[in-house]
Every structure is written in structure tokens, then in C-alpha cells.
Write a protein that binds this ligand. Structure first.
Ligand SMILES: Cc1cc2nc3c(=O)[nH]c(=O)nc-3n(C[C@H](O)[C@H](O)[C@H](O)COP(=O)(O)OP(=O)(O)OC[C@H]3O[C@@H](n4cnc5c(N)ncnc54)[C@H](O)[C@@H]3O)c2cc1C
Length: 431
């Protein structure tokens, strides 16, 4: 029977980041993944990293700190994870495009909030926006521009974490191994290890639940009701286009509003199709020259099937921002699941009622950006150190009570029901 200091469940962004920072602390670590490294959401995603689309407060701060850690990793890693820089060697920057005056006003407020935190952000009008992004539609209201944000190749980050951790000799990876149970002391409830689908027992006094959308199943093994649900997103890949945007990260402001607000809180001025599928535009051209466009936010259970109506809605929205895309072919589409924690913040902490159990999940649409800081925080919890930034305590599991979880579930169900009603009008239509 193998024994470790820590067992990490899940080889996605969170699990590999935890493994990296735990081994750096000298802890003998097992990483247990039921598929291959990065076979979950990490390989069904974009790679934008930064802080600007996060909520002011702890959310934005964790984005900022994570970006700093990415820059440290870039210096330390032998493994190239494609941290994007411009021709002058600066981070490639990030654009959030505003269609309406309302969005532009919101963007100005957000720029101010970031500037108050000493983060670099600018609200730019239409003329400057055109200079920053020459191919964008001419009738947009402006943009929020963050010159210090960037993007990475998500699965290369996960592979890089494993590669760098294995150099220490402290990491064992169990591929194609599913965790079926978490062992606990019957009296104290302290964790003692895990049991795999191969009937093997791995022993450790610490277990990290980094199972993304599947974190609730691992939580249930120790009696926890973790309020994380899979939030579906869909992306499309085009034929080779070369670079369309000057900034590798580019989204529409409606993305922020759709991520955090109830669907009908403001008038987005989009078509009924785009509204029904909760589509918000984002675009990235990969190093291969293919462009990836998206996306949507919907609840579809654990299905990752691509849907034709969503492709149509994404294409419509993409042409709204970049008219030249009208003449570009898409070659494939795929879906992915964001681990959505119902109060919009991830859970990154220990769990008082289950000694030795840690949760690192619920990062929704920001897990690539937040992997480094989440992994570092878990290593600090596991070794009893001061946290990397004090506000991170707000991400702790202890913020939940059964009553709060029930209230979040009720609100989310209502929001989802409203979206489903809007979708019904397109159910039988083909485009
Ligand atoms: C369309 C889309 C676009 C996105 N764009 C961005 C972006 O631009 N920037 C950004 O920061 N984020 C983005 N995200 C979000 C980001 O991809 C996720 O937050 C992140 O991948 C979550 O990582 P994770 O490690 O928590 O989950 P996952 O990557 O899903 O990893 C969890 C792992 O746990 C494993 N597992 C589950 N159960 C078990 C078990 N019982 N035993 C063993 N292993 C198990 C799974 O196989 C999986 O590999 C996007 C997401 C989507 C869907």
C-alpha cells in the first residue's frame, strides 16, 4: 500500500497546480486522475488570464495575484506554456469591447475600480479602440483595455505543472484511476486516504478535492454538500485566419454582465437567438493560425454535446464584432463545463469538520487564470503557513451553511427556468 503526505484528486488545472505547489513545499504527493492529465475542462476552454472580468474585491485580487505567479512560472519553468507577449516583450493585453453606451459607462466604472486597486486599466473611446483593434466593427461604443493581462495554452500549463513537479521526485501520478471513496477515521472524521476503482488503497492524512465539476461527488464521500454545478460553454474553431485581433484576449462587455448578473437585468441589445442561448462573444487566434470563437453560459447537466443553434448564435455575434468573419469557415465546435459555484466564488480552503480534507474547485470561467494562486493557497493551508494574500480567507468553505446553499440553489433554478423559457421558441427551428 502506497503512502503519501497528500493525495490530490483530479488532474485538471487545479489538481496539477496543487501538485506543483505542494511538492515545492517538500510534500510527497499523489495526483489521481480518472482519465489523462487535462482531460477534463482544461482541454475544452480558452486561455485568457487576468483580473479585469472578475468582481472587485477578493475575486479581482486573486486574478491579479495569479497573473504575478504566472510570470514567476514563466521564469522558472523549462516547459513552455505559451504565456503570450507582444513584440516588445510585454504581456499581450486584453480587450473588453462595449457595444452600447450603457456598457461603456459600466466599463468606465470598472476601469476606475481597477485603478483604485493600482491595477492598470483604461476605458477607451471608439477612435482609440479602432487604433488598438483595426478590424473591429466601426460602430462600437469603445472598450476596456488592460495592457498587462495575457493568455496561455491551458493544457500546456497543466502538463508543465506535472513536468516541473516530477523533477522534485516527490510526485506520483495515477493515470486512468478513479477515486471511489475517501477513507476517514470513524470518530474524528479525519481523512486517511482514498480507494480507487482498481480496489487499491492510497494512504495520506491530507486529501485535496480538485475534481472540478465533479467535486460534489468527492465531497459527498465525506458527507459534504458542495454547491458546484456544471455550467456549459461552447466554442467554435475556424479555418486558418492568421491574427484577427491585436490582443490575444478579446471578449465583449456582455460577458461580464452575463457571468455575474441575472439574465434580464439589463438590455443587451442582442437578437432573440443570442439572448436565448446566453451567448457572449470572445475570440482568440491560436499559434496555429486557427481562430477560436465563443461562447455561451447555460445549464445542460454534464452533457458536452455541441448544439447547432448555439453555433448559429455564436457566428451571428462574432460577425457583429468582426464583420470579416462572415467569409470565414468554421471547421469544428466543442463544448466544455465550467465548475460553477453558486455564490460565484471558488472554494479554496481546508474543511474544519473533516480534518485533512481540502477543497480547490468552483472556478467557473476563470480556472485557467486562477490555477496558480489556488494551488499556492492550498499548499499554504496544507503546511499551516500564512496565506499569500489575506483576503483569500473569503474563499473558504466555512462561508457556507445548509440554509445559504438552499437559497443559492433556489435562485439559480429560477434563473435557469427563465433561460429555458426563452430557448423554447427555437427548439423546433433549423437554420
Ligand atoms: C468554453 C469555456 C471557456 C473558458 N475560458 C476560460 C478562459 O479564457 N480563462 C479562464 O481562466 N478559464 C476559462 N474557462 C474555465 C476553465 O477552463 C475552468 O475553470 C478550469 O478548466 C477548471 O479546472 P479544474 O481543474 O477545476 O477542472 P477540470 O479541468 O475539469 O479538472 C477536474 C479533473 O478531475 C477529474 N476527476 C473527476 N472526478 C474524479 C475522480 N472521481 N477520480 C479521479 N479524477 C476525477 C476529471 O477527470 C478532471 O480531469 C473556460 C471554460 C469553458 C468551458
Amino acid at each position: 500500500m502506497n503512502s503519501y503526505d497528500v493525495i490530490v484528486v483530479g488532474g485538471g488545472m487545479m489538481g496539477t497546480a496543487c501538485a506543483y505547489y505542494l511538492t515545492r513545499e517538500g510534500l510527497k504527493t499523489a495526483l489521481v486522475e480518472r482519465g489523462d492529465i487535462a482531460s477534463g475542462t482544461v482541454s475544452h476552454t480558452d486561455g485568457n488570464i487576468g483580473y479585469s472580468e472578475k468582481q472587485p474585491g477578493v475575486d479581482m485580487l486573486q486574478g491579479y495575484h495569479s497573473l504575478q505567479l504566472y510570470m514567476e512560472m514563466e521564469k522558472e519553468f523549462d516547459y513552455d506554456f505559451e504565456f503570450e507577449r507582444d513584440g516588445k516583450g510585454d504581456p499581450s493585453g486584453y480587450i473588453i469591447a462595449c457595444v452600447t453606451d450603457f456598457e461603456m459607462e459600466e466599463a468606465k466604472k470598472r476601469a476606475k475600480e481597477m485603478q483604485d486597486l493600482n491595477l492598470e486599466a483604461y476605458a477607451v473611446g471608439p477612435k482609440e479602440f479602432q487604433e488598438l483593434e483595426p478590424l473591429v466593427s466601426k460602430d462600437l461604443a469603445g472598450a476596456l483595455w488592460m495592457p498587462k493581462e495575457s493568455s496561455v495554452c491551458p493544457f500546456r500549463v497543466a502538463f508543465g505543472y506535472v513536468y516541473e513537479s516530477q523533477k522534485t521526485g516527490l510526485l506520483d501520478v495515477y493515470y486512468r484511476t478513479e477515486v471511489k471513496d475517501v477513507l476517514q477515521d470513524p470518530v474524528t472524521k479525519a481523512v486517511q486516504g482514498i480507494v480507487t476503482d482498481k480496489g487499491e488503497t492510497l494512504r495520506a492524512p491530507k486529501v485535496v478535492n480538485a475534481a472540478g465539476c465533479w467535486a460534489p461527488f468527492i465531497g459527498a464521500m465525506v458527507g459534504l454538500d458542495i454547491p458546484i454545478e456544471p455550467r456549459y460553454g461552447q466554442l467554435m474553431v475556424t479555418e486558418k485566419t492568421g491574427k484577427i485581433t491585436q490582443h490575444r484576449g478579446f471578449i465583449e462587455y456582455g460577458y461580464i454582465l452575463a457571468k455575474y448578473l441575472k439574465n434580464d437585468t439589463y438590455d443587451r441589445q442582442v437578437s432573440p437567438l443570442v439572448e436565448a442561448y446566453n451567448v457572449c462573444f470572445n475570440i482568440t487566434t491560436a499559434h496555429t493560425g486557427n481562430t477560436q470563437i465563443g461562447g455561451c453560459r447555460l445549464f445542460r447537466g454534464y452533457s458536452i454535446k455541441s448544439e447547432y443553434q448555439i453555433m448559429t448564435a455564436i457566428a451571428e455575434r462574432a460577425i457583429r464584432f468582426f464583420p470579416m468573419l462572415k467569409n470565414v469557415n468554421c471547421i469544428r465546435s466543442f463544448g466544455g463545463l465550467r465548475p460553477f459555484c453558486l455564490d460565484h466564488l471558488p472554494i479554496v480552503s481546508d474543511v474544519e469538520e473533516v480534518p485533512g480534507f481540502y477543497i480547490c474547485s468552483g472556478h467557473e470561467g476563470s480556472g485557467i487564470a486562477l490555477g496558480p494562486v489556488a494551488g499556492k493557497l492550498i499548499s499554504e493551508y496544507a503546511t499551516g503557513q500564512e496565506l499569500y494574500f489575506p483576503e483569500a480567507r473569503e474563499l473558504a468553505w466555512s462561508r457556507f451553511t445548509p440554509e445559504k446553499i438552499a437559497a443559492y440553489r433556489k435562485a439559480e433554478q429560477e434563473n435557469t427556468r427563465e433561460l429555458e423559457e426563452k430557448e423554447k421558441q427555437f427548439e423546433h427551428k433549423r437554420y
